[in-house]
Ligand binder design. Structure first.
Ligand SMILES: Cc1cc2nc3c(=O)[nH]c(=O)nc-3n(C[C@H](O)[C@H](O)[C@H](O)COP(=O)(O)O)c2cc1C
Ligand code: SF4
Length: 386
């Protein structure tokens, strides 16, 4: 189940680009569609379809943005790709630029990753010198260059429309959607926003073909996935597994024992109890999110919950009422539970109702998912308190 595909050393920069640039842009789009690759940034949108939507929007300038914001607590797999596999995702960005008809790409870099800015800029410069970036790349009449923009530290700027607002120099707040970035993105132009890991998959799919890619994973969730594993285990780190693996596979690999719960997908993710450790990690079952945090039996899950709700209280942008008002109410209840104050059942019922309202009425994914850990941990307190 553990596979080295994206993290493999069997990689030579330029092999994929030489192939892509000698074919038609639509050929790459067709290949990625056939491969079944889905975005690795969280939402799991089909990557080939997104490429096609941007390519079909023929209205002038278009942009390619690599979402390197990686703000989800417990996720650090993009950091590894950014620093140690730089050429892979950049090659994916250039190929995507060719496919959609864009001549300008951006890397939107997490504020806390500014320490690697120098290395990234150097790599970009080296690729310019080798004519893999810049004008008339490899004499194929294709121009593409990359600029780096840095986040200032807000989690919400990982959400693609806030990211674009921030790139435009505005306050990082989500936009109303539709229109989606594929139509109206950066400076109102069609924009492809993909996660670092999504871009890093492209050179491999080009090199080995869609059939080889589909040999990994499951029929509906092909390929491999990077997991950042942290928390209570002796071997934390970044692991690459085929989709369709289980939490039990991951826990065994990092030698975790005595596990009470695993948080999959960071603060906004799903708290999984041991009874569900054998669920398949794929798009139709347990969503393949990069952040895996392990809690052993010494942990008080309400303290974990406090950590998550405080995080959302800090990071909510405050634009819409359900999230701005709902998150502090949940955080207050968690404080009361931790202080062993009694909360009437009627108030808990109201909080559960509030959680439902936040899910449907919040403007963006932050508010729509911020109540997840409260609902799950409270409802399963019997199991998680054991
Ligand atoms: C609050 C919030 C934070 C997000 N943070 C990130 C992030 O740090 N990196 C990322 O790739 N996607 C993040 N996303 C998802 C992006 O909006 C977008 O779906 C993704 O970049 C698309 O890339 P993909 O198709 O390759 O997955 C976030 C979404 C939300 C709602
Ligand atoms: S859901 Fe929260 S983060 Fe998203 S727009 Fe509303 S207030 Fe801002």
């Amino acid at each position: 189940m553990q596979r080295k595909f994206i993290l493999s050393n069997d990689y030579i920069f330029g092999e994929a680009l030489n192939k892509v640039l000698s074919e038609q842009p639509q050929d790459l789009i067709n290949l990625i569609k056939k491969s079944g690759l889905r975005g690795r940034g969280g939402a799991g949108f089909p990557t080939g379809l997104k490429l096609e939507l941007v390519s079909k929007n023929d209205v002038g300038a278009k942009y390619v943005v690599c979402n390197a914001d990686e703000g989800e607590p417990g996720s650090f797999k993009d950091r590894e790709l950014l620093f140690n596999h730089t050429e892979k995702f950049i090659e994916g960005m250039i190929a995507s630029g060719y496919a959609v008809g864009s001549s300008k790409g951006f890397i939107y870099l997490r504020a806390e990753y500014k320490w690697m800015l120098k290395k990234l800029l150097k790599k970009i410069e080296q690729l310019r010198e080798k004519n893999y970036l810049g004008k008339n790349i490899l004499n194929k009449n294709f121009d593409f260059d990359i600029e780096i923009r840095c986040n200032a530290g807000a989690y919400i700027c990982g959400e693609e429309s806030s990211l674009i607002e921030s790139m435009e120099g505005k306050r990082g707040e989500p936009r109303n959607r539709p229109p989606f970035p594929v139509e109206h993105g950066y400076i109102n132009s069609p924009t492809l926003v993909d996660n670092v890991e999504t871009f890093a998959n492209l050179p491999y799919i080009v090199k080995y073909g869609d059939e080889e890619f589909k040999k990994y994973g499951t029929e509906k969730s092909p390929g491999t996935k990077l997991f950042s594993i942290s928390g209570d285990c002796p071997k934390p780190g970044i692991y690459e597994f085929e989709l369709g693996c289980t939490l039990s596979d991951l826990l065994e690999t990092c030698d975790a024992t005595d596990v009470k719960a695993v948080q999959v997908g960071g603060a906004a993710g799903i708290t999984v109890a041991p009874k569900d450790f054998n669920t398949s990690i794929c798009y139709s079952e347990l969503p393949p999110e990069g952040s895996i945090i392990i809690f052993n039996k010494s942990r008080n899950m309400f303290e974990v919950l406090k950590n998550f709700t405080d995080f959302f209280k800090e990071e909510s942008c405050g634009l819409c009422t359900p999230c701005r008002e709902g998150v502090p109410k949940i955080a207050d209840a968690v404080d009361k539970i931790l202080n062993k104050e009694s909360i009437p059942d009627s108030q808990i019922d109201l909080l559960m109702e509030l959680a439902d309202v936040m899910k449907v009425a919040s403007k963006c994914g932050l508010g729509q998912t911020a109540s997840n850990p409260f609902v799950y941990i409270y409802k399963n307190r019997g199991i998680l308190d054991e």
